[in-house]
Design a protein around this ligand. Structure first.
Ligand code: GAL
Length: 711
């Protein structure tokens, strides 16, 4: 009888009218749980990314229990929309939810996660609108639905709240708050269902590591990718490109990648993906010549195909109902498209020596992108394609390079969840230096990489300050597509710019190991301070001051760390921006040392520094072991000596990673780990040791010397 009644309820109201409060969570990997609510879309981040979790690495992490009260997570499908509710503790701080540029903490914010070119506001419209949040309580939550998801992060107050805010009178109570306490995160996914995935910790860093490992681990760029990049002006031809490379050599400036912008093609906006024979009469000759010089070529492209290109007719049947800049929009969710475009790229580009791509315009802007009313031949809705288009392009090109056992490292203007293992770095046209650093910090919460690329600057000071930060980012790059700047364009600071680029090259053994740790253990190579243990004290805002024009509700002001970050585990980078002479630096618990001098800088405190224009403040943790190489201008086949810098007094070790730097053979175990360690002898004197496992191959390093920086 009951069964029959239930049947009637379901028939009359539809499955979609039923609330699901008792979600049944399934363990899907160590410390990772999933639940499917309603009927999730077929297309989601994982069907697009096609990645497999790094189970061994996940297994080696500490055992954790489900990190939340299960019955406090609720879901309901109503009118083809999925409503989700997650609990929040009073002191909990929330990070992530897309590549934000102005804010680090997301509690108290409302957003719609929507793929777009960043428009100056952290409202969810951004290059990587990743629906993943990390909690200072040490867990993460992903909504695996490629939809425009609305999120209320600790703003909505429910009648049935377990922790209702106090009722206050604004007339008389000075503690009245414009945003009364909210104990939840709520979301609307505009679909009949969604998968929710919860990642345990126990720490916040462990939670993001689990997320990255579940996504197949982070990417490992080829070693040349971590060198120095230059993108040439749009209409440069063969001779100009070669001349640019020559000038780099003459100025003794490192260069490992040269990027060609739209003009390498016969047509751009829309594109043909065919070499322009006037500007590039003999692409093979150019690519061979670059190769001989140790410079890798990267090609710009956008997804829209010109009627003047050979691919047009072939891809036409598999393209969307709408055009962009009169070019067709390939339906990248169709295997036919991947096959046709991969085939073309393979034959005309990869096989001739192109090392990778810069995949532009797959994020927004709405004014010229296909609209959401566009129909794609696969039947996948435009909304889902919009959220994942840039990922599909990353996947297609990565698969192609993988099939040739050659690593690639490129640029992309969009990405999303589950893309940690794709070797692509996000960039954009928005050009605020401080906001670029905030984006760098935020990238570490959501499994993507970001570059604060350098374009022209208003002054030599700004140029130098930008060069200093980009050299500590995933891609150290000048993008001169529009203004033709060169590293030496501001002669007053040429030497300083050269020094910082040289330092970038010197740091490669350290950086490359950090990327290997991203690939093997999911640890982000750049880290927000909030990912460090003990960094998330409960209080993160200060009282707002009532002001009838600026702050009529006396809203609290958040205190966030938006301008300093960690590179690897041991280096803290605190950039200055043009016009600043002094800044404060928050040094976490433990002793910290000046990277350049080895001198003690502070310990669990906020210091104020006035470093002068030539210096970007960098601090090394007590016990930091930083392997460095000579400041080469490019990577050859020669092995280099390693100088191991050591800071402070603490005994410690570092597992230096090495492999061929070029192929995917490391996935088959062809790599080495060299143990660098510092211990104290009986008299308390520090001693450095290098231990190379028996039979280990050394691809890159010829010898090791220690340099104890702290006297
Ligand atoms: C922009 C891109 C720039 C540059 C330019 C070339 O969309 O963000 O970096 O590539 O296109 O037209």
């Amino acid at each position: 009888m009951m069964k029959y009644l239930l049947y009637i309820v379901v028939m009359v109201f539809g499955v979609s009218a039923m609330a699901q409060t008792n979600l049944s969570w399934n363990p899907i990997a160590p410390g990772v749980w999933s639940v499917k609510v309603g009927q999730p879309d077929k297309l989601n981040f994982y069907t697009v990314a096609g990645v497999s979790p790094k189970l061994d690495a996940l297994k080696s992490m500490p055992d954790v229990a489900f990190p939340l009260e299960q019955n406090e997570i609720t879901a309901q499908v109503v009118d083809h929309k999925t409503y989700l509710h997650f609990p929040l503790d009073k002191a909990e701080r929330i990070f992530g939810l897309g590549l934000n540029f102005k804010t680090v903490e997301q509690r108290g914010r409302i957003m719609r996660l929507h793929m777009d070119h960043y428009g100056g506001q952290d409202n969810g419209r951004t290059h990587a609108p990743v629906p993943f949040y990390l909690s200072s309580n040490g867990y993460g939550v992903l909504i695996n639905a490629a939809r425009y998801i609305d999120v209320w992060v600790g703003t909505a107050v429910r009648k049935d709240s377990k922790h209702p805010p106090q009722i206050r009178d604004r007339n008389t109570d000075k503690n009245w708050e414009a945003n009364p306490y909210s104990d939840n995160i709520e979301m609307v996914v505009p679909a009949d269902g969604a998968e929710i995935i919860v990642f345990g910790g126990p720490t916040i860093l462990d939670a993001v590591r689990r997320y990255n490992l579940y996504n197949g681990g982070g990417c490992l760029p080829p070693k040349w990718g971590l060198g120095f990049w230059h993108r040439t002006p749009t209409l440069y031809g063969e001779q100009e490109v070669l001349n640019e490379v020559k000038q780099y050599a003459e100025h003794k400036f490192p260069l490992t990648v040269i990027g060609l912008e739209p003009g390498w093609q016969t047509r751009s906006y829309p594109c043909t993906y065919e070499w322009d024979s006037n500007r590039f009469p003999n692409p093979e000759r150019l690519l061979d010549s670059l190769k001989k010089k140790g410079v890798y070529a990267n090609l710009w492209m956008n997804p829209y195909i010109s009627p003047d290109g050979e691919l047009y007719k072939k891809v036409l049947p598999y393209s969307a109902s709408h055009t962009v800049w009169t070019g067709i929009v390939p339906d990248y969710s169709m295997p036919e498209v991947k096959q046709l475009i991969s085939g073309h790229f393979s034959r005309f580009l990869l096989d001739k020596g192109v090392s990778g791509f810069k995949m532009d315009e797959n994020d927004g802007f709405d004014e010229w992108l296909w609209p959401d009313v566009a129909i794609f031949p696969s039947g996948n809705p435009a909304e889902q394609i919009r959220q994942t288009y840039a990922m599909m392009m990353q996947k297609m090109t990565l698969d192609l390079y993988h099939s040739k056992n050659t690593r690639t490292y490129g640029l992309v203007r969009g990405s999303n969840a589950a893309a940690s293992s794709f070797p692509y770095v996000i960039y954009n046209d928005y050009y605020s230096h401080p906001d670029f650093i905030t984006a760098l910090i935020n990238s570490s919460f959501i499994g993507v990489l970001w570059t604060p690329e350098v374009r022209g600057s208003a002054s030599a000071e700004e140029w130098l300050r930008r060069m200093q930060t980009v050299c500590f980012s995933p891609v150290a790059m000048i993008n001169a597509w529009a203004d033709g700047t060169k590293p030496w364009s501001y002669p007053e600071v040429e030497k300083q710019v050269q020094d910082i680029a040289s330092l970038r090259m010197q740091l490669i053994p350290y950086l490359y190991t950090n990327y290997a740790d991203y690939a093997f253990y999911g640890t982000p190579p750049i880290k927000a301070m909030n990912l460090l243990p003990g960094f998330n004290s409960p209080v993160s805002s200060k009282e707002g001051i009532l002001n009838s024009t600026d702050n009529p509700y006396a809203k609290a002001v958040k205190q966030e760390i938006k301008d300093q970050f960690m590179v690897g585990d041991d280096l803290l980078v605190a950039p200055l921006f043009a016009g600043e002479k002094t800044r404060s630096v928050v040094l976490p618990q433990g002793k910290w040392y000046d990277f350049y001098t080895g001198k003690f800088a502070g310990e669990g405190e906020v210091i104020s520094v006035t470093p002068g224009m030539d210096i970007i403040p960098v601090y090394a943790r007590d016990g930091a072991i930083i392997p460095m190489m000579p400041p080469v201008l490019k990577f050859g086949t020669e092995k280099s000596p390693v100088e191991i810098r050591y800071y402070g007094q603490k005994e410690s070790s570092f597992s230096l990673y090495d492999d061929d730097g070029l192929s995917f053979d490391y996935e088959r175990g062809l790599y080495s780990r060299i143990r660098l360690s510092v211990s104290k002898d009986k008299k308390g004197k520090l001693k450095g040791d290098v231990s190379i496992p028996k039979g280990a191959t050394l691809w890159s390093y010829s010898g090791f010397t220690w340099k104890f920086m702290t006297k």
